[in-house]
Design a protein around this ligand. Structure first.
Ligand code: UDP
Length: 324
């Protein structure tokens, strides 16, 4: 039997490495591409001996290959505010030029492509919960814009490759996702709170902690990726046409909504030996006040919904960080 070949950009990152494992288990030959800016070789170290896996240290912006792929999963982009803001122009280049490069590859190979977009395309949303038909509320010149606008332009490119070249692209708008393999210095709220609690450091709540996020466990997201890629393109096109939506972008997230203060308290409850205390730090500019996905479309199209509640996923993530 001929194995299907998958390319995972950002394959040594938090989500990319989970996806590589899942694709190998599903019988794919997997190539992971990563520039190791936020990804880590350690995430894929155990896969390097697998003859169905190969790792390329390289950048999605200028990656070129003669190889053929059946499926391309475009995850490459720093996604934590700390990291994407440290090199904002590079972040935009990764989203825009990197995505265009992968779309060209998908076009050449006749491959299916799953593009990873983000809830950030909704900005600081004026509607709640966020549905796919909402166009967002985004600052073009703020410190988050390199990521938000880069990702918005990447979606535009995907939609236009579908319209202009009939490329088979599917888009997922990923809401805050967490789990094992997150980098301890990732800078995002869950890894920060767990690391601070384990090290008996102050828990840094930005603002008064009343802003909300909806947290999705990584395994739930990977399941959504795979279900989406398994669907026939005709079904996807028909579904989005019926819904009156211009391109196949769906929300993937866990609709459970928590304030950041509640998250801090739950983290401390699960690490009872911690001597950490909550402290308030200034709220970063353009920090969205509320975020919660409407996942009606994903439920209908993929027969999918997240299974892992925050308490359970947090326990698994804490167990992972304890081993590091
Ligand atoms: N946050 C916080 N303390 C931290 C890190 C983040 O209170 O140490 C807040 C941040 O201001 C935001 C939320 O937690 O309101 C989620 O931040 P994160 O960086 O994880 O992701 P975002 O959803 O903002 O991209």
């Amino acid at each position: 039997m001929i194995m299907k070949r998958a390319l995972v950009t950002g394959g040594a990152g938090f989500l990319g490495s989970h996806l590589c494992r899942r694709l190998l288990a599903d019988g794919f030959a997997v190539t992971a591409l990563d520039n190791l800016y936020t990804g880590s070789r350690r995430n894929v170290e155990d896969l390097l001996d697998n003859r169905c896996f190969s790792f390329i240290e390289g950048d999605v912006i200028d990656f070129s290959t003669e190889e053929m792929f059946d499926e391309i999963y475009n995850l490459a982009c720093p996604a934590s505010p700390v990291h994407y803001q440290a090199r904002p122009i590079f972040t935009t280049r990764t989203s825009v030029i990197g995505t265009m490069n992968m779309l060209e590859l998908a076009k050449r190979c006749g491959a299916k492509m799953l593009h990873c977009s983000t809830s950030e395309i909704y900005g600081d949303p004026l509607v709640h919960p966020q549905q796919e038909k909402y166009w967002g509320n985004v600052n073009t010149i703020g410190i988050r814009s390199c990521y938000d606008e880069g990702k918005r332009c990447a979606e535009t490119l995907c939609a236009d490759y579908i319209r202009e070249f009939d490329t088979d692209v599917r888009m997922v708008r990923i809401f805050n996702t967490y789990g094992p393999a997150m980098h301890p210095q990732d800078g995002r709220v869950i890894s920060n709170f767990i690391m601070q609690a384990l090290n008996n450091e102050d828990i840094t709540v930005f603002g008064d902690g009343s802003q909300t996020r909806s947290f999705q466990y990584c395994d739930d997201l990977i399941e959504a990726f795979r279900r989406y890629m398994e669907l026939p393109v005709e079904r996807i096109r028909e579904f989005f046409k019926e819904k009156g939506l211009g391109a196949p972008a769906i929300n993937t997230g866990n609709p459970g909504e928590y304030t950041i203060r509640e998250l801090a308290e739950e983290t401390l409850r699960q690490i009872p030996e911690s001597k950490s205390k909550l402290i308030e730090k200034p709220l970063p500019s353009d920090d969205p006040k509320r975020r919660k996905p409407d996942i009606t479309l994903a439920k209908e199209l993929l027969g999918w919904e997240p299974k892992v509640p925050l308490q359970e996923g947090l326990a698994k993530t804490i167990a992972y960080f304890r081993t590091r």
